[in-house]
Design a protein around this ligand. Structure first.
Ligand code: R5P
Length: 303
């Protein structure tokens, strides 16, 4: 069994702050992987070996996979090198897991990215810990990433705690059918009134949303979802809720991707506060996931 004294927590320099929070919560010692970017765009890594040039037999790699493309190459280099340097059990802690939404070929010839990236990660790691991966057409993370230990945490309950503190009588609304699972979890915890919209996506920034039958007049509405990318889903839902008489609309998401002008789109649509977990570093982060991630890590390494 690995303990904080016998396992290493590896991280990249741009994630020093979350790595140190996870180290503090878990008791593991965090060690940075050095990165050099060559002028032609290639990457060289140097792993933090001991005096004998080795890594411990059990190691954890923290990498949240927003802006994922370069990071996937870094994971390949880091994981293969870690094995060569003595690591026998390697856990990936990816608070945000990329490429989970493209889970089917919507048109002939399309890559099913979830399967491709899932197989890539399964080949590199023995265990994966993540938060609210976008599993729509499959029930379990192992179906996408076939590792022996695949652990899924959720931001819905900690976000519900925050919502209960800030908007105790909130009407909780999910912007699409897929959000029903997180709405159900959060509503079960505090008995919030709740409802879920229906959505059709026509393009990256083009969605159509229909509100469910609900009386939003005078209500403090909180929109809850797993992620906001362009923000168009939440912006349209917020606009419709405002038109339906909501007194306020705030937003809570696990994954603060907020690409481009997403935040502005939300505020233009009448959104007040925006809250997120710290799975992706962002100014909206209001909920820390280090403790649940550390607990999951201890469970995985004790197995
Ligand atoms: C998809 O169903 C997800 O749960 C989100 O609703 C979606 O990814 C949000 O995308 P965007 O912010 O670009 O509308």
């Amino acid at each position: 069994m690995a303990t904080p004294a016998t396992a290493g927590l590896l991280y990249f320099d741009d994630e020093a702050a979350p790595a140190l929070r996870l180290a503090q919560a878990s008791g593991f010692t965090a060690r940075a992987i050095e990165r050099h970017r060559f002028p032609d765009g290639e990457t060289k890594l140097r792993l933090p070996v001991d005096a004998a040039g080795r890594l411990p037999p059990c190691a954890v790699l923290l990498r949240s996979l927003h802006q994922p493309n370069d990071k996937l190459v870094e994971l390949l280099l880091a994981a293969r090198t870690a094995r060569r340097l003595g690591v026998q059990h390697l856990t990936l802690v990816a608070p945000y897991l990329a490429y989970m939404r493209q889970d089917i070929a919507f048109h002939p010839g399309e890559a099913v990215s979830q399967q491709v990236v899932g197989a890539f990660l399964a080949d590199l790691f023995d265990a994966v810990i993540t938060v609210d991966p976008h599993l729509h057409r499959i029930a379990r993370l192992e179906q996408a990433i076939a590792v022996r230990q695949a652990v899924v945490l959720s931001g819905a309950e900690p976000l519900a705690d925050l919502i209960a503190a800030r908007r105790p009588n909130a009407l909780l609304v999910g912007p699409d059918g897929e959000s029903a699972q997180w709405i159900a979890q959060a509503a079960a915890r505090y008995g919030f009134d709740h409802a879920v919209c229906t959505k059709e996506r026509h393009g990256d920034r083009d969605v159509a949303i229909e509100l469910p039958p609900l009386d939003a007049r005078g209500r403090a509405v909180v929109l809850l979802d797993d992620m906001a990318s362009t923000g168009r889903t939440l912006a349209l839902a917020a606009r419709l809720l405002r038109q339906a008489g909501a007194a306020s609309v705030d937003v809570a998401v696990t994954h603060a991707l907020f690409a481009g002008d997403a935040l502005q789109a939300l505020h233009d649509a009448g959104v007040g506060e925006v809250w997120s977990t710290d799975c992706i570093p962002h100014p909206s982060n209001a909920v820390a996931m280090a403790e649940p991630l550390a607990a999951a890590l201890h469970t995985v390494l004790a197995a």
